[in-house]
Design a protein around this ligand. Structure first.
Ligand SMILES: [Zn+2]
Length: 375
């Protein structure tokens, strides 16, 4: 019904649509559909035809624009109070403002895990809407593995919380229960809803790898600092190979000489691919973005090395996105980074300038300190 109202709005144009049903221009809430913006109250009023058999005029509404916006949001539509916000901005702002409860001072991970699970499905272009028994089993398993100690695997809470937060949708149910108390589990068992990300969210994260990387990196660094983040990314299927170029063939031989492999083995995994995507494959030290025939190339560099004897952690705060030259210089101690993120050339003692940073990828100074200590 909402889509029918949007179609009519498109056909008539804004002014005629508003005039026909007696509405004024919206000042605060807009529905965004296929990249276009619609006044939310008249859309909701006209869509009401599907419920009451006739459209509602502006004067027949009780409840303000915020209520209308929420109703449309629960139906899975993108509603924003910002005139110029893009879906990517709205989505990332919501990700940064999840309402997660605390347990012993640490934020609970049910919603982040549910979102990572859904991001993985979208990255693989799997069905957006999933039956409840599948959702329940898969998210329960993730909460058991990656939740805080003592967390109960109760995926009905994150699903309903994200629904009320307008990132998730239960399209067959107009009024799902609030995520509190004991009713949710019984309601879910009785109704067996299909559910998933709102369509606009799914389309955004399935198509836009950079937005997916930003959201994943934020969730990892905010909620899973103590976990092996590569393992978690792999677990939720956010490790699909990107368009990294294949290694050069080893069959190329110079006549008369034995082939020798001098290529360094660059550890590449889901987390380093994510960090490289976040930086658009641009070196954090020199700003170079190497372009190969297959696409851009950069390397994920661990600050405190993984493995014995250093035992660094595979977390975003311990990773840099570097060009191969700076990767070698940094790994072998020709460059170090101060706590104020100045990059220091140890041969001259001079600064090469500040490390290039971006929002959503914070370097943890404990790893920089460790790196300085080993050289
Ligand atoms: Zn560089």
């Amino acid at each position: 019904m909402v889509l029918a109202a949007i179609e009519e709005y498109d056909q008539l144009g804004r002014d005629a649509f508003l005039e026909r049903y007696g509405y004024r221009e919206a000042r605060d809430y807009f529905v965004v559909h296929n990249g276009r913006r619609y006044d939310s109250k008249p859309i909701a009023g006209v869509a009401h035809r599907g419920v009451s058999g006739r459209p509602l005029r502006a004067s027949e509404f009780s409840g303000g624009a915020a209520t209308v916006g929420r109703t449309l949001g629960h139906l899975g539509f993108l509603v924003t109070d910002r005139q110029d916000a893009s879906p990517a901005e709205v989505f990332l702002e919501k990700i940064r403002n999840l309402d997660t409860a605390l347990s012993n001072g640490r934020p609970k991970r049910h919603q982040p895990l549910t979102l990572l699970w859904a991001l993985g499905r979208a990255a693989r272009r799997e069905e957006r809407l999933v039956p409840w028994d599948v959702t329940r089993a898969e998210i329960s398993a993730l909460i058991k593995e990656y939740g805080l100690d003592g967390d109960r695997p109760n995926p009905e809470y994150p699903v309903l919380k994200l629904t009320h937060f307008e990132l998730w949708t239960l399209p067959d149910h107009r009024e799902p229960p609030r995520p509190s108390g004991s009713p949710p589990l019984g309601w879910m068992s009785r109704n067996q809803p299909i559910s998933g990300l709102c369509e606009w969210v799914y389309d955004l994260v399935a198509q836009n790898e950079a937005v997916r990387a930003k959201a994943s990196a934020y969730l990892l660094s905010t909620y899973f600092q103590d976990k092996d983040q590569t393992e978690l990314l792999t677990r939720v299927g956010l490790d699909a190979a990107d368009d990294e170029p294949p290694p050069p063939s080893d069959d190329v031989r110079t006549p008369g000489r034995r082939p020798a492999t001098v290529r360094r083995i660059i550890r590449d995994n889901a987390l380093s691919r994510l960090i490289k995507t976040l930086h658009d494959h641009t070196c954090q030290i020199c700003g170079t973005r190497l372009l190969l025939p297959h696409g851009p190339y950069a390397e994920g560099a661990h600050i405190r090395p993984l493995g014995s004897p250093h035992d660094g952690h595979d977390v975003a705060g311990n990773l840099l996105c570097l060009c191969p030259n700076d990767h070698v210089l940094f790994d072998l101690g020709a460059l170090t980074i101060r706590d104020d993120l100045a990059v220091i050339d140890r041969l001259t003692g001079e600064s090469r300038g500040p490390l290039r940073t971006i929002a959503g990828h914070d370097i943890d100074p404990q790893y920089l300190a460790y790196h300085r200590k080993i050289f």
